[in-house]
Design a protein around this ligand. Structure first.
Ligand code: CP3
Length: 347
C-alpha cells in the first residue's frame, strides 16, 4: 500500500495494511543535517526559502522512513504578517510589541496575512514537485487560543497569566481577538490546502490550560470555526491538544477527522471516551526518543497493543520531537510501527 493511501484511509478509519507513522516536529534540531542548514541561515530565512523548506521537510523521509511529510514552517509565522516583529532567540520566540486589545489587529492586516506569507505556499508547491505522488504532504496552523497566547504574552510563557487575566476581566474583548485570529487560522489553512497539502493539522498546544467550560468558550469554538471553513475541501483535518485528558469528550465534538492526543491517557481509554467518529493520532511520550532503541520498541509495542486491532490509528508521538532526542531512537519508533504489522497486532 502506498503511504498516501495508507495515511488517507487511516484518517477516514478505513482498513489499512498497518498504521501510517510520522512524528510531530520531525524536522528539527535533533538532526545534524538540520543543524548544518541552521548554521548558514536564520530560522526565518529558512522558512522564507522554498528550496530550503523542501530540503529540510524531506530530511525525515530519508533519515527515518516516515509515511508523511510535514511542511517546514512554524505556527507563529502568520503573527509576523500581522505587523509584529517576530524573532527566535535561544530562549524561544518573541513577539514585539505584544497585543493587548483586539483593535490592534485591524481588518486590513488580517485579510493581508495570506499575501504576506506567500513563501509558505511557495514552499508547499515546491515540495509537491520534489516529492513523489505517493507521499502525503501535511500543512499546519496554530489554534486561535494558542496563537493568542504567544501574541498576548509576547512569547513563551510559564503561567500564561496575561492571557488568562484577560479572559477573566474582559472576556468579550478577548473573544473579539479570538474571532479575528480564527479568520487568520482559517485563511492560512485554506491557502495551504489550495497549494497542495493532503491533510492539515491544527495545534492547540495551550488549550489544556483551560477547564472544559472555558476551553469550549475560548478555544474549541474558534478552532471549530476555522476547521469548518475548510470542510468543503474534503482534506482530513487533525486536531492536536496537549494536556487534554479532561477535554476528550469536548474534543469529540470538533468538526475534524482525526484527534491527536498526548501520552497521558492510553489510546484504548481515549477511544472509549471519544467514541468511534474520529481516527486517533498519537501517542508515544517524546521522552521515549531519549532512550535506547529497545525501550522505544517496547513502548511502541505497548502503544499499538493498547489501541488494539481496529482501524483508524495514525501512529505518532504525543507531542513534538525534542532537541535532545536521538535520530536512532526516532528511527526505531518508525521501524517498530512498520514491523508490528496490521493495525497494532504483534507479529
Ligand atoms: O513538524 C515539523 O517538522 C514542522 C515544523 C514545526 C516547527 N514548529 C518548527 C520549529 C512545527 C509543526 C511547529 C509547530 C509549533 N511551533 C508549535 C505547536 C507544536 C508544539 O510543539 O506544541 C508551537 C507551540 C510552536 C512555537 C515555537 N516554535 C516555539 C515555542 C519555538 C521555540 C522553542 C522550540 O521548541 O524550539 C519554536 C521554534 C521552532 N519551530 C524550531 C523549529 C524546528 C526551532 C528553531 C531553531 O531552529 O532554532
Amino acid at each position: 500500500m502506498e503511504p498516501i493511501e495508507r495515511f488517507l484511509k487511516a484518517c477516514r478509519r478505513e482498513p489499512v495494511d498497518r498504521p501510517p507513522v510520522w512524528l510531530m516536529r520531525q524536522a528539527g534540531r535533533y538532526m545534524a543535517s538540520y543543524q548544518e542548514v541552521r548554521k548558514r541561515v536564520s530560522f526565518m530565512e529558512l522558512c522564507r526559502s522554498p528550496e530550503l523548506v523542501s530540503e529540510v521537510s524531506r530530511m525525515p523521509l530519508e533519515q527515518l522512513g516516515v509515511d508523511a511529510c510535514i511542511v517546514f514552517s512554524d505556527i507563529l509565522v502568520p503573527l509576523e504578517a500581522l505587523g509584529r516583529r517576530f524573532a527566535l532567540e535561544q530562549g524561544g520566540p518573541s513577539i514585539d510589541p505584544p497585543v493587548r486589545s483586539a483593535d490592534e489587529l485591524d481588518e486590513a492586516s488580517i485579510e493581508a496575512v495570506p499575501d504576506r506569507i506567500g513563501f509558505v505556499y511557495d514552499g508547499i508547491r515546491r515540495l509537491r514537485r520534489d516529492l513523489d505522488d505517493a507521499t502525503p504532504l501535511l500543512g499546519f496552523v496554530g489554534s486561535p487560543w494558542t496563537l493568542a497566547s504567544y501574541l498576548v504574552e509576547g512569547g513563551s510563557s510559564r503561567h500564561h497569566h496575561t492571557l488568562k487575566r484577560w479572559s477573566y476581566v474582559d472576556p468579550d474583548g478577548l473573544e473579539r481577538l479570538l474571532e479575528r485570529l480564527s479568520r487568520v487560522t482559517a485563511a492560512h489553512m485554506r491557502a495551504q490546502i489550495e497549494a497542495g497539502c493532503d491533510a492539515i493539522q491544527l495545534f492547540d498546544t495551550w488549550g489544556g490550560l483551560l477547564d472544559a467550560d472555558r476551553w469550549r468558550r475560548f478555544s474549541g469554538r474558534y478552532s471549530a470555526r476555522a476547521l469548518e471553513h475548510v470542510a468543503d475541501t474534503g482534506v482530513p483535518r487533525i486536531h492536536y491538544l496537549l494536556g487534554g485528558a479532561h477535554l476528550l469528550e469536548e474534543m469529540a465534538e470538533l468538526p475534524c477527522e482525526v484527534l491527536s492526543v498526548d501520552w497521558r491517557v492510553p489510546l484504548g481509554e481515549v477511544r472509549r471516551r471519544v467514541g468511534d467518529r474520529h481516527a486517533l493520532q498519537g501517542n508515544l511520550d517524546p521522552a521515549a526518543l531519549c532512550t535506547p532503541g529497545e525501550v522505544v520498541v517496547e513502548e511502541t509495542r505497548r502503544m499499538l497493543e493498547e489501541y488494539g486491532d481496529q482501524p483508524g490509528l495514525v501512529a505518532n508521538l504525543g507531542h513534538g520531537v525534542t532537541p535532545d532526542a536521538s535520530v536512532d531512537s526516532a528511527r526505531a519508533f518508525v521501524d517498530a510501527v512498520k514491523r508490528f504489522g496490521p493495525e497494532g497486532t504483534s507479529p
